[in-house]
Design a protein around this ligand. Structure first.
Ligand code: FES
Ligand code: FE2
Length: 349
């Protein structure tokens, strides 16, 4: 048993700060790893992120407004472009406006697949690009997007998303039933950029989700994946016709608050217009149950002043998530590393 706090603070990484839809004409405030940011659309609508603190007198820039693609501070009206350069200093009768000391700290930003990603280290050029989300715009798929604030750490939230054994209890009836009937093989693989669990011989899950995936029953192909540093992915396949791929980006706001951004893509033998009203409330309910449990856990961790964890072999991905994030935080991880570990575990589902 260990008693500590399973927290990681990896700043050299891309995290989703907000959705494209949320970023309109007004600036918005977001916090990533305790760092307050302001996001806004600079010239030509380019998504931009600055530290949410005016270099002049510390006013929050997120309380300002966007004028001609520049962010205007609400206190004395200094204006900044998307790179944080001071472009206007109202009232200054002479001398240059621009000066290095008047720059707001800027972060690299990418907007793709309906999400706005921020590289959480200011002034450092990213050495990788954020991952593309499969099927986000594929017309053959019905796509659901959801966002939720979770009161849990990044590690807790990622493990929860990729943990099979809790589904029979916390999500009883929605996902799997409590009666354990089948022994299946879980094949866990870990490499430098993540970890994956493949479930072999898994019968169609009982409950609403399984019924939609495979109305006639059968054996499904199922993978759970952790993709460094903040993505969880669950994939189900049944023959050529049914495919579900759900990707969640987890953004650590602070030690025990994580925002999740989900894109769930469904290709099922049911038309999209029927699928949406059936599936959306189920996904929401599952996420709300997870959010409730994460809050209970975080409150308890705080009550006891630390985390205590006894693991079993069927805690398949959680220990690898922590291990990989920890190594990356220490700068020890090479994302190109090939297979580091492979093992098989029997579990009853
Ligand atoms: S505090 Fe921002 S312009 Fe003065
Ligand atoms: Fe869950």
């Amino acid at each position: 048993m260990t008693e500590h706090r399973a927290l990681v603070h990896l700043t050299r990484a891309w995290y989703v700060a907000c959705t494209s839809a949320e970023l309109g004409k007004r600036p918005i405030a977001r916090t990533i790893l305790g760092r307050p940011l302001v996001l806004f659309r600079a010239g030509e609508g380019v998504a931009s992120a600055l530290l949410d603190r005016c270099p002049h007198r510390n006013a929050p820039l997120s309380e300002g407004r966007v004028v001609s693609g520049e962010l205007e501070c609400p206190y004395h009206g200094w204006r900044f472009d998307g790179a944080g350069k001071c472009m206007a200093l109202p009232g200054l009768a002479e001398g240059p406006v621009e000066s290095p000391g008047r720059c707001a700290e800027a972060f690299s930003v990418r907007e793709q697949d309906g999400w706005v990603w921020v590289w959480c280290e200011p002034g450092v050029a990213p050495d990788v690009e954020p991952m593309r989300i499969p099927f986000a715009d594929d017309p053959r798929y019905t796509v659901f997007r959801l966002e939720m604030r979770l009161e849990g750490s990044l590690v807790m939230a990622l493990e929860n998303m990729l943990d099979v054994p809790h589904t029979a209890y916390l999500h009883r009836g929605l996902f799997r039933s409590g009666e354990k009937r089948h022994t299946i093989t879980a094949r866990v693989r870990r490499h430098g950029a993540g970890a994956e669990c493949e479930y072999v011989g898994e019968p169609r899950p009982t409950g609403v989700v399984g019924a939609l995936l495979a109305p006639g029953g059968g054996v499904v192909q199922h993978w759970d994946r952790f993709l460094m540093p903040c993505l969880g992915q669950v994939e189900y396949k049944l023959g050529e016709k049914s495919h579900i791929l759900s990707t969640q980006a987890m953004t650590p706001e602070s030690d025990y608050v994580t925002r999740t951004y989900a894109i769930a893509a469904f290709r099922l033998p049911i038309p999209g217009f029927l699928l949406k009203p059936l599936v959306r409330p189920v996904i929401r309910k599952i996420l709300k149950q997870d959010a409730w449990m994460l809050k209970q856990i975080s409150d308890n961790v705080n009550r006891f002043g630390g985390e205590r964890m006894a693991s079993s072999p069927i805690d398949l991905l959680g220990p690898h998530i922590y291990y990989l994030l920890r190594r990356a935080e220490r700068g020890e991880l090479d994302g190109r590393e090939h297979l580091q570990l492979e093992r098989e575990v029997l579990l009853r589902v």
